[in-house]
Design a protein around this ligand. Sequence first.
Ligand code: GLN
Length: 557
Amino acid sequence: MPKKSKQKKTTAKQPATKCIFIVGGVMSGVGKGVASSSIATLLQSRGHRVTAIKIDPYINVDAGTMNPTEHGEVFVLKDGLETDQDMGNYERFLNTDLPSINYMTTGSVYQSVIQKERNLEYKGKNVEVVPDIPLEVISRIKTAAKTAKADIVLVEVGGTVGEYQNVLFLEAIRMMKTEESENVAVVMASYLPVPGSIGEMKTKPTQTAVRMLNSVGVFADMIVCRSPIGVDRKRKEKIAKFCNVKVENVISAPDVESIYDIPLHYEKDELSLRLLETLGLSTRKKADLKEWKRFVNRSKGGDDVVKIAVVGKYFNSGDFVLSDVYLSVLEAIKFSAYKLKLTPEISYLSSQDFEDKKNLKNLKKYDGVLVPGGFGTTGIKGKLNVIEYVRKNRIPYFGICYGMQLAVLEFAMNVAKIKNASTEEINPKAENLVIGVMDEQRDNIAEQKMGGTMRLGQYPAVLSSGSVAAKAYRSKEIVERHRHRYEVNPEYIEKLEVKGLRFSGKSPDGRLMEIAELPVEDHPFFVGVQFHPELQARPLDPHPLFTAFVKASYEAD
Ligand code: GLN
């Protein structure tokens, strides 16, 4: 008997982790990241343990060194890695924190292969671009799956099929599919234009993209068709025939008002069932999207409107206005507004426009003003003017990171009357550096060690009882994510507090000022935070400080 049970144990195989790759066809910017997040949400809703990985085909080792107007927001993970904004979408859709193993760039993959070679881990063999780079990619995917104890891992390959940059990642898909075809599915997120002059949806670009994918030995199991309108049966059949996929695996993905509607749309074409079938997984468990649907319904509009102005410096790009740079901030405002049954009306204002004080009165029409994080000198004068105006006019203010440092600086200049005050980031020679470089950052700056060296990731803070912050969090201990090199200079704390500014959140050792606020008697809501609360705001779990800010904005006269 004991022998038998022993035998049973050794033969019981762990089910293999299934892997879904998402690649982009035709063009970029069609919402591949949101497609991946939505697919992940649907599989999760059917009871699977899902994790999501983003691959960026850049030489940059992480996203921290990329200009946000080019690449969008830098999303900081809990463990401190600076990543692409799609990681934020995954965290928001899956309502979970993701670790740094879930993000890789060409640069980071090469870096580890070279490091392993230096450590003699290849045992004297030739290290080659193929297969060693794709093998490193596959090994990272497997580690990520194991870390998350996931039964399904989604891998989004950045860029578009046909670009030189992502060929090695496509090679990783080919190798993995050859090894374990039953565990790998490939989804192409494509685009079907409806040219105005013709008025008909065209499938040819998708056919060409699929052929390009096939030319590197990768075959799509499913095609998600992004388009201005839904894809009809006739075109689905055409795509199926010319692209070698089953007609039921051609999924219609028309433009929708809110990205959070997308999982519900996909389910109309039974996307998750089709994927589970492709991967040989059970399709018996029904999708539980109750909570998600409740959130989506709330997002359709509330009882009243709340008008929030976000004053940033990265909005203008040529003739276009970009809001991607502040994506998480905008989403965080929306989640809190929906929770309060309000319709958020968010305006993107360029800080440079407020260098002229005459424009400040335009701020009167907003219920609340938010200054998000930032770097450098551009637009600073405008931001300081905005902060002075909202402080004096009692317009609710929420300052994030740079927005907190500048609020402290404005208070130092205009209330505490500290002469020639500045932040070291703008004017290192100023007499009174109210915001200074953190000690541990001095060498990094001097030696130009700028990549991945800021104070990054999650740190705890302790809040003072009775403060605006503690009331919002309903807790005295919090954990938030950071990304900065500068801090409130401890030498000025007393001078500022005497004049009425309160440092209501500090690092547990009391050294770093994490929150500055004005008491409610002095201002309806004036809070600055050194961290980035937006990174932890989730559709199903809005951030308490954003909720407090939006509520105060709505309620203030
Ligand atoms: N530039 C500031 C610093 O490095 C603020 C950074 C930010 O807003 N993320 O401290």
